[in-house]
Design a protein around this ligand. Structure first.
Ligand SMILES: [Zn+2]
Length: 471
């Protein structure tokens, strides 16, 4: 039985979607004014992993993730680069798709853009005005936070506590327009020269919070099964989404709220920020780090825990991933001389591994315990592959199970069919010995490295060079 920690109730709850077999899931996407940083990637990877696990469990997942393609940051960045806001958005949406594809994040079922939903946003705001939850003020429209009885429920604070924090962030031009410091903007009047749309309140553009209420309910229905995003979005973004959506529809907005933990940088666990010069984009990371390694590193920390981004941790991830790939390759290699047929013991063993994996992951997507089961499976597969007599079907069953479980972490195991046979290995060792005699160490190192890539480890002994296959 799958349990998910619900931020709203602060406990793990049995997961039951509204419609059996179907999960309607919304994940807040990035503002597309720059390449995504590892904080964005963490969220996208965490919930892609959740989605993959739900699909593994047999659910059909309708996964919607938005692009915020108009706001103050977009307007400022477009102006600085001398391009229009839509041009800026197009550029970084393309970059987002390239970066997320590189780390094997499945495209969402839909990736709606705020600017493509302006009529729906205007209609939603009008509904809130008609119901008395919102008011127009000098071309802006604000939401009356105090009118919504449950305001503060998600972040677990009273509205008066929240007000202390909120009043520090009210911009000067908003102070005179709001009835109350807790009120937040649904629609903003355009300043001269800014991108804008016609509305009943004059030329303007939507606020940030309203786009998610509109697009999530438009594409997934009034009540979502899962709404997810970074911890930093709990307040005010998600609090405001609840207030907007439930006031407009009269229905519970979200059954399970999921929030992912932060990414910290280096040994000192610094928070990432532009001022600390440790603002790392995926675009830059994958110039030097294998995207699969980055994916595996991030996907193997449970979504609620913080991730420490460091060279050491990436190296560990790389080694662990290689270990899994090598096991897969060993199984492939043994298939060359395996007898046909299955092995009932292996079939039973794999069913047990699947059950243990599922138990681990059912506990709030505990990927750390889940991957530990995969490592045990790797060990069992290596042991089997070393047996003198192996069965074709059993080898394939190990391979299929490994590929299936590791795909939940976003990893594609590849079949290396360019295996070299023992004769070729011996010929290369002979060539290497010759190169060493001729003091051609560049060539001898090259041969050693080529063999290592194929999982062949050389050991130089007084009796000559021996080789073994990496486990
Ligand atoms: Zn959002």
């Amino acid at each position: 039985m799958l349990k998910i920690y619900n931020t709203l109730t602060r406990q793990k709850e049995e997961f039951k979607p509204l419609h059996p077999g179907v999960v309607n899931m919304y994940v807040c996407g990035p503002t597309v004014y720059n390449y995504i940083h590892i904080g964005n990637a963490r969220s996208a990877i965490a919930f892609d992993t959740v989605r993959r696990y739900l699909e593994f469990k047999g659910y059909q997942v309708n996964y919607v993730s938005n692009f915020t393609d108009v706001d103050d940051k977009m307007i400022k960045a477009a102006h600085e680069q001398g391009i229009t806001v839509p041009q800026l958005a197009d550029k970084f949406i393309q970059a987002f798709m390239a970066d997320t594809t590189a780390v094997n994040i499945e495209p969402a079922t839909r990736h709606p853009r705020a600017t493509e939903n302006i009529p729906d946003i205007i209609a939603f705001v009008q509904t809130l005005i008609e119901k008395g939850y919102a008011y127009e003020s000098d071309g802006d429209v604000y939401y009356r936070a105090r009118k919504f009885a449950h305001y503060g429920q998600l972040s677990g604070q009273s509205i008066d506590d929240l007000e202390v924090g909120a009043s520090e962030h009210v911009s000067a031009d908003e102070i005179g327009k709001k009835e109350d410091p807790m009120d937040f903007a649904l629609w903003k009047a355009a300043k001269p020269g800014e991108i804008s749309w016609d509305s009943p309140w004059g030329q303007g553009r939507p606020g940030w919070h309203i786009e998610c209420s509109v697009m999530s309910t438009k594409y997934l229905g009034q009540t979502l099964d899962i709404h997810a995003g970074g911890q930093d979005l709990e307040f005010p973004h998600h609090e405001n989404e609840i207030a907007q959506s439930e006031a407009a529809t009269g229905q519970p907005f979200v059954r399970y709220w999921m929030h992912n933990g932060f990414v910290t940088i280096g040994k000192d666990n610094e928070k990432m920020s532009k001022s600390l010069h440790n603002f790392i984009t995926v675009h830059d990371i994958i110039k030097t780090v294998d995207p699969q390694v980055l994916r595996f590193f991030m996907a193997t920390t449970q979504y609620r825990r913080p991730i420490q981004y460091s060279e050491d941790n990436l190296t560990d991830a790389k080694n662990n991933l290689e270990h899994i790939q090598t096991a897969y390759d060993n199984l492939t290699y043994r298939q060359q001389d395996a007898a046909t047929g299955d092995d009932a013991l292996v079939t039973q063993q794999l069913a047990d591994f699947t059950a243990r994996f599922t138990t681990a992951m059912d506990d709030d997507i505990n990927v750390q315990n889940g991957i530990a089961v995969v490592y045990e499976l790797v060990k069992a597969a290596n042991t089997y592959a070393q047996q003198a007599a192996v069965k074709q079907g059993a080898l394939q069953a190990y391979k299929d199970k490994l590929a299936q479980l590791i795909s939940i972490f976003g990893i594609k195991l590849v079949a290396h069919d360019n295996h070299i046979d023992d004769e070729q290995i011996k010929a290369l060792i002979e060539e290497r010995n010759q190169a060493r005699k001729n003091k051609d160490f560049a060539r001898s190192d090259q041969i050693r490295d080529e063999l290592k890539q194929q999982g062949i480890i050389l050991e130089d002994t007084p009796q000559g060079t021996r080789y073994k296959k990496e486990q």
